[in-house]
Design a protein around this ligand. Structure first.
Ligand code: SF4
Length: 65
């Protein structure tokens, strides 16, 4: 589910459109915190794509937690 990038950060393998996996990971993550409403992109409220700790990259996002 994650790759480690050259900066040793956790990079999501599912890209920007694996809605199901992003939701599942967030449901299992103790650190999930909703981002500001205007930063939310997923319909599922609890999703890595909607998390305060995700930082978008060109192809996917990294988790800063
Ligand atoms: S982005 Fe990171 S901190 Fe946020 S829910 Fe996903 S795995 Fe957890």
């Amino acid at each position: 589910m994650w790759n480690t990038n050259p900066k040793n950060q956790r990079e999501f393998k599912g890209g920007k459109e694996d809605w199901e996996l992003a939701a599942r990971l967030a449901q299992e993550c103790p650190h999930f915190k909703p981002d500001d409403e205007d930063e939310m992109v997923a319909d599922e409220a609890v999703s890595c794509y909607n998390c305060l700790y995700r930082r978008w990259t060109i192809k996917t996002f990294i988790c800063c937690k």
